[in-house]
Design a protein around this ligand. Structure first.
Ligand code: 1PZ
Length: 215
C-alpha cells in the first residue's frame, strides 16, 4: 500500500470522475465532469507556480459552470446535453462574438473540451513512451497537435516555455500517486478510454449543433 501524499492528490479520483460522467443514455453528467477538472487543477498546481496562468484560466471556466450548478437553473445544467439544449433555445450561447455572452456555459465547456483533447493525447503519449522519454517533448508534441491551434502566438510561447520545467517521465508518473511508474501506466491504460469517450460524446454533440468554433 502506498502512503497518501500530503495534499491527498491521486489521479485515480480524477479518472474515476470522468468515468462517472458517462450515463447509460450516452449523456455526460456535469458534476463529475467538473469534479474531474478540479482534480486536474490540483494536480497541475502540484507541478509548480509556473503553470498558474494555465490553471487560472481553467478555473475561470470551471467556476462559470459551478455557478450555474448552484443557481436556480441548476437542472438545466445537469448534463452537457441539457445545457446545450437550454442555452441554444434561450439565446445564451453567444454564437457570433465573444462579448455577446461572456458567461456562456457552452463556450466555457468548449475550452475545457479542447484541453481534454490535449490531456488525452498527452497521457496516452506518456503511457506508451520509453522510460527515458522526455515529458516536455511528449507534452509539446501533444500540445502542438491539439490546443495550440486555438492559441495566439504569445500563449503558445508561454506554454512551451513552461513545459520545459516538467519533471522526467518517471518522476511525473510517480507524482500522479498511482504507485510505481509501471502501475501508473497500467492504470492509465485502463482509465483513458473513459476520458476518450467523454471527449467523443462532447465532440459529436458540439458538431451536431455547429458549435465547435464558438468565439
Ligand atoms: C502537465 C503540464 C500541463 C500543461 C498544460 C497544457 C495546456 C497549456 C495551455 C495554456 C493556455 C492557458 C492560457 C489561457 C488560454 C485561453 O486563452 C484559452 C481560451 O480561452 P478564451 O481566451 O477563449 O476564454 N483557454 C484554454 O484554452 C483553456 C486551457 C485549459 C488548460 C487546462 C490544462 C489542464 C492541465 C491538466 C494537467 C494534468
Amino acid at each position: 500500500a502506498m502512503a497518501e501524499r500530503q495534499d491527498g492528490f491521486c489521479l485515480r479520483e480524477v479518472l474515476a470522475a470522468f468515468r462517472a460522467c458517462l450515463t447509460a443514455e450516452q449523456t455526460v453528467l456535469m458534476d463529475p465532469y467538473l469534479r474531474g477538472w478540479n482534480g486536474l487543477i490540483r494536480f497541475l498546481n502540484s507541478l509548480g507556480t509556473i503553470f498558474s496562468f494555465v490553471s487560472k484560466d481553467a478555473v475561470t471556466k470551471i467556476q462559470i459552470m459551478e455557478k450555474y450548478r448552484s443557481s436556480d437553473q441548476r437542472e438545466r445544467y445537469e448534463t452537457l446535453q441539457s445545457m446545450v439544449e437550454y442555452e441554444l433555445a434561450n439565446g445564451l450561447v453567444g454564437l457570433k462574438n465573444q462579448g455577446e455572452c461572456p458567461e456562456s456555459g457552452c463556450r466555457a465547456i468548449l475550452r475545457l473540451h479542447r484541453a481534454l483533447h490535449w490531456l488525452q493525447m498527452f497521457l496516452e503519449g506518456l503511457r506508451t513512451s520509453q522510460e527515458d522519454s522526455k515529458t516536455s517533448v511528449i507534452c509539446t508534441n501533444s500540445y502542438n497537435a491539439s490546443l495550440a491551434n486555438y492559441h495566439p502566438w504569445v500563449i503558445r510561447k508561454a506554454a512551451t516555455l513552461a513545459f520545459r520545467a516538467l519533471p522526467t517521465r518517471n518522476a511525473f508518473l510517480e507524482n500522479m500517486n498511482l504507485g510505481t511508474p509501471e502501475e501508473a501506466v497500467d492504470m492509465l491504460g485502463e482509465a483513458l478510454p473513459y476520458v476518450c469517450k467523454v471527449y467523443e460524446i462532447t465532440e459529436e454533440l458540439y458538431a451536431k449543433h455547429k458549435m465547435l468554433d464558438l468565439p
